[in-house]
Design a binder for this molecule. Structure first.
Ligand code: NAG
Ligand code: NAG
Length: 745
C-alpha cells in the first residue's frame, strides 16, 4: 500500500508519528491502552467507587487472591479475572478523626482519610491490615475465611489497635513491612511530623525494638522500600530480615546526595541490656552500587533505589536480588537495573566495618580490636551456640554496633555492571518484576519494568559476546488511561499474569501477546520473545510441555533464515505490488514501515521488471522518514519499481514493492486547468511543486484509473493509523526538522 499524499497532510502525519531512531531500547512493539485492550490480553479493574492511591500489597496464591489497598478501601481480587466478583471493604477514618486531622493543619492534599498501607497474612483465616487513619495510623484484622469460595471478607469488629510503628502518618510517604513468625517488622516515619524514621518490630511474643533514634549514622531521612526474611543457613537462630532503602548521604563532599542501602537485623534480636535497650543490637547496613563507566572513564551512578524484586531460588538462602535505580538530581535522567547475589551481599557484611575517627576524617576500614561475638552475629546461631539472647552480648559488642552500623565495602552488582541501562530518555523506571521462562534454547529471565509514564516495558538481556550484553525491549504497553507513575507490580508465573497499580487504578495483563509480532514465521522469530513461537500458522504462546506441532523459536540468535527455512519466500511472493502516480516536478512519498523499529530500511529501484535492482540514486533530494521516503521534484527518470528492503539481525526481506509512474507535467496542467491551491500560499506551491488532492482525483479520472476510492480510503486509513499507533511527544522535533530541511533543500 503506497500512494502520493499531499505535503500538508504529510507534515501533519510526520508530526503525529515522527521519525524513529534505531536505538536498541526502542520497543519492538508499542501499544497504547486502546491497542492493548484490542489484543484482549489485559483487563483494567473497572469497579466504580470513590477512591485513589491503589497499591497491590499482597498476592495470595493459596486463595488465588490479590489484596489491594486504596484510599478508604481494602479490595480482594480474583487472580484470574480481577473484575470477577471483587470483595470490597470500606474502611474510612471516623468523622471525628478527620476533623482532628484538619484541626492539626492537614488535609490540603486529601491526607485526612484512611489510606491502606499494609496488608499481611496473619493466619490461615485472617489478614492483618493497617491504614494511615487520617494522620493517626490504625490496624485491625480482616476475616477472609478458609477458602475463597466462601466469599468471606470483612473487618473483625472491635479489634482496632494503634498503627504506630507499623504505618506512616503521611500517606505520601513510602513504607515497608514483613510479618514473620507473628512479629511485624516495618520501616516508616513513626511520628506526626515525619522526622523520625525507624525500623520497628511490633506484635508477637518478642519485645518491641526499633532503630536508635535521631542518630544519622543509622538512618538519615530514609525511604524504606522492601523487607524480606532471608535465612543465612540451616540454623533458624541465624535468620535475618534483609531490607532495602535509600537515604541522604552524610558527607555531601562525596558528590552523592543519596545512597542506596541494604540493611539487616537478626530476627531474634531483643535489644541490648545496658545500652541499646529496646533498640536493634544487630543492625548493619551496606551501600548498594549500580553504576556504569562512561566513554570518558567517568562513572555514572544510579544512586536512587526505586524498587526491589526478589527472585526465589532452589536454595532458599540464595535468592537473586533485582533492583531498579534512577539517577538523582536533575542533571540527567536515567534508570538502570542491577542484579545482586546473596553471596556478594554476605561477603560485604562479613567484611570490614566503616570507621571514622572524627567529623573531618575519611571513612576507613575499622582496623582495631574486634569484640566477640563479631557485631551483627545472631545469638544462638551456628557460631554462637552458647549465647542465648542479644541481652547477653558484652557492652563492647553493643557499643561497637551502635557506632559502626555501616560496612566499609559496598555491594556491587553481578558482573559489576547493570543488566539494563537507560539514559537520555524522558521516563524513569519505578518498579520491577521478573519471570523465568523456559524456551526451546534455554531459560531466560524476562524483566517487566514499570515507568513513571504509566507504561510497562518487557525486556530480555542476551549475551552478545564474551563481554557485551544485548538488551532487547520486546514491547512497551500503556496500562493506564493517563501517563501516571506505576506504583506497585506483582507477577504470577503460574497464572501468566502481571498486575500493575498506580494512583488511578489496577490493571492485569498477560505476560505475552504473541500475535502482535505478526503472522509470518520471520516476524515471530525476529521478535525473540521467549514466551512465543511460530506454530506453523501463527505466532503463539510457547509452553515446553505442550505436545503441539513442531515449534520454531530462536531467542539466542533470532535467525529466520535458519528457523523459517521454506516459509520466507512464500511471504515475499504474497507481497502485492502497488501502483503509484507522481506528476513531474511534484514530491512523491513512498510508504514502507517495517514491523520493527530495530530494522534498517534500504530502497532499491528497478527500471524495468527484467532489469537489476539498484540503490536509489537521483539528483534531487531523497528524504528518509520512519515511514518511507520522500522523492522531491520527481521526473521521468524516477519511474520504476521501488523495493523497500528491511534488514534486521542480518535477515533481509522485501516489505513493500511500489510501481511508480511519472505523469507528464504539461499534460496534467493542460487537463486540470488552474485549479486553486487549497490552503497553501503561492510560495509553498513553488516550493513543493505539488498537486492538490482534487487535482489528483481529476487527473486519475481523466486517465481512467479506478483508484480514487482506494486513495481516499487509503489516506483516511493512513491518517487514522498514525493517530493510533504513535505517541506524538518525543517526535515533534524530528518532524519539524524534516519540514525545515524540506524547505531549505
Ligand atoms: C470522594 O472522597 C473524597 C475523600 O474522602 C471526598 O472528599 C469526596 O467528597 C468524595 N466524592 C464523592 C463524589 O463522594
Ligand atoms: C486467626 O487470627 C484471628 C485473630 O487473632 C483469630 O480470631 C482466629 O481464631 C485465628 N484463626 C486461626 C485458624 O488460627
Amino acid at each position: 500500500m503506497a500512494t502520493s499524499i499531499p505535503v500538508q497532510m504529510l507534515s501533519i502525519a510526520l508530526f503525529l508519528c515522527g521519525i524513529y531512531s534505531h536505538r536498541q531500547s526502542v520497543p519492538r512493539v508499542y501499544l497504547t491502552l486502546k491497542g492493548l485492550m484490542e489484543t484482549r490480553t489485559s483487563r483494567p479493574f473497572n469497579f466504580a467507587f470513590n477512591t485513589s492511591d491503589y497499591r497491590i500489597l499482597l498476592m495470595d496464591q493459596d486463595q488465588d487472591r490479590l489484596y489491594v489497598g486504596t484510599r478508604e478501601y481494602v479490595v480482594a481480587l480474583d487472580l484470574q479475572n480481577i473484575n470477577k466478583e471483587p470483595l470490597i471493604i470500606h474502611w474510612p477514618a471516623s468523622h471525628r478523626r478527620q476533623n482532628e486531622c484538619r484541626m492539626a493543619g492537614k488535609g490540603r492534599y486529601g491526607e485526612c482519610a484512611n489510606y491502606i498501607c499494609l496488608i499481611e497474612p496473619w493466619n490461615r483465616t485472617h489478614l492483618y491490615v493497617c491504614g494511615t487513619g487520617a494522620y493517626s495510623p490504625v490496624c485491625t484484622f480482616i476475616n477472609r475465611g478458609w477458602r475463597s469460595e466462601e466469599y468471606l471478607f470483612h473487618l473483625v469488629p472491635g479489634k482496632v489497635e494503634s498503627g504506630k510503628g507499623k504505618c506512616p502518618y503521611d500517606p505520601k510517604q513510602e513504607n515497608m513491612a514483613a510479618l514473620v513468625n507473628g512479629n511485624l517488622y516495618a520501616g516508616m516515619h513513626v511520628d506526626f511530623m515525619g522526622t523520625d524514621a525507624a525500623l520497628f518490630r511490633t506484635l508477637g511474643n518478642r519485645p518491641a525494638v526499633r532503630t536508635e533514634q535521631h542518630d544519622s549514622r543509622w538512618l538519615n531521612d530514609p525511604v524504606f522500600l522492601h523487607a524480606r526474611m532471608i535465612p543465612d543457613g540451616f540454623e533458624r537462630n541465624d535468620d535475618k530480615l534483609y531490607f532495602f532503602f535509600r537515604e541522604k548521604s552524610l558527607d555531601s563532599s562525596s558528590g552523592h546526595t543519596i545512597y542506596s542501602r541494604i540493611g539487616r537485623v537478626c530476627l531474634n534480636d531483643d535489644g541490648g541490656q545496658r545500652s541499646l535497650v529496646n533498640k536493634w543490637s544487630t543492625f548493619l547496613k551496606a551501600r548498594l552500587i549500580c553504576s556504569v563507566p562512561g566513554d570518558d572513564g567517568v562513572e555514572t551512578y544510579f544512586d536512587e533505589l526505586r524498587d526491589v524484586f526478589i527472585q526465589p531460588a532452589q536454595d532458599e538462602k540464595n535468592p537473586v536480588i533485582y533492583a531498579v535505580f534512577s539517577t538523582s538530581g536533575s542533571v540527567f535522567k536515567g534508570s538502570a537495573v542491577c542484579v545482586y547475589s546473596m553471596a556478594d551481599i554476605r561477603t560485604v557484611f562479613n567484611g570490614p566495618f566503616a570507621h571514622k575517627e572524627g567529623h573531618n576524617y575519611q571513612w576507613t576500614p575499622y582496623a582495631g580490636k574486634m569484640p566477640y561475638p563479631r557485631p551483627g552475629t545472631c545469638p544462638g546461631g551456628t557460631f554462637t551456640p552458647g549465647i542465648r539472647t542479644t541481652k547477653d552480648f558484652s557492652d563492647e559488642v553493643v557499643n561497637f554496633i551502635r557506632t559502626h552500623p555501616l560496612m566499609y565495602n559496598s555491594v556491587y552488582p553481578i558482573n559489576r555492571r547493570p543488566l539494563v541501562v537507560r539514559t537520555n530518555v524522558d521516563y524513569k523506571f519505578t518498579t520491577i518484576a521478573v519471570d523465568l521462562v523456559d524456551a526451546v534454547d534455554g531459560r531466560y529471565e524476562v524483566l517487566f519494568l514499570g515507568t513513571d509514564h504509566g507504561t510497562v516495558q518487557k525486556v530480555i538481556v542476551l549475551p552478545k559476546s564474551d563481554k557485551e550484553l544485548e538488551e532487547l525491549t520486546l514491547e512497551e504497553v500503556a496500562v493506564f488511561k493517563s501517563p501516571v507513575a506505576v506504583k506497585t507490580m506483582k507477577i504470577s508465573s503460574k497464572r501468566q499474569q502481571l498486575y500493575v497499580s498506580s494512583d488511578i487504578g489496577v490493571t492485569q495483563l498477560t505476560l505475552h501477546r504473541c500475535s502482535v509480532y505478526g503472522k509470518a514465521c520471520a516476524d515471530c522469530c525476529l521478535a525473540r520473545d521467549p514466551y512465543c513461537a511460530w506454530d506453523g500458522e501463527s505466532c503463539s504462546s510457547y509452553t515446553p510441555t505442550s505436545k503441539r506441532r513442531s515449534r520454531r523459536q530462536d531467542i539466542k540468535h533470532g535467525d529466520p533464515l535458519r528457523q523459517c527455512r521454506g516459509y520466507n519466500a512464500k511471504v515475499e511472493k504474497r507481497l502485492k505490488e502497488t501502483e503509484q502516480y507522481g506528476v513531474e516536478g511534484s514530491t512523491v512519498f513512498l510508504e514502507c514501515q517495517p514491523r520493527s523499529p530495530q530494522a534498517s530500511v534500504k530502497w532499491l529501484i528497478q527500471k524495468h521488471s527484467s532489469s537489476r535492482r539498484k540503490m536509489v540514486k537521483r539528483e534531487n533530494p531523497v528524504l528518509k522518514t520512519g515511514h518511507g521516503i520522500l522523492l522531491k521534484s520527481v521526473d521521468k527518470e524516477d519511474s520504476g519499481i521501488y523495493h523497500c528492503v528491511s534488514t534486521e539481525n542480518n535477515f533481509k526481506h522485501t516489505v513493500a514493492r511500489v510501481n511508480l509512474r511519472i505523469l507528464d507535467r504539461e499534460v496534467v496542467d493542460a487537463v486540470s486547468g488552474d485549479l486553486a491551491f487549497p490552503a497553501n500560499s503561492q510560495s509553498d506551491k513553488e516550493l513543493y511543486g505539488w498537486t492538490s488532492i482534487s487535482q489528483q482525483k481529476d487527473l486519475l479520472h481523466l486517465i481512467g484509473q479506478p483508484e480514487i476510492q482506494v486513495i481516499n480510503q487509503y489516506c483516511e486509513n493512513y491518517w487514522q493509523q498514525l493517530n493510533r499507533a504513535h505517541r506524538p511527544k518525543r517526535t515533534s522535533d524530528a518532524s519539524s526538522d524534516l519540514l525545515k530541511s524540506l524547505r531549505t533543500n
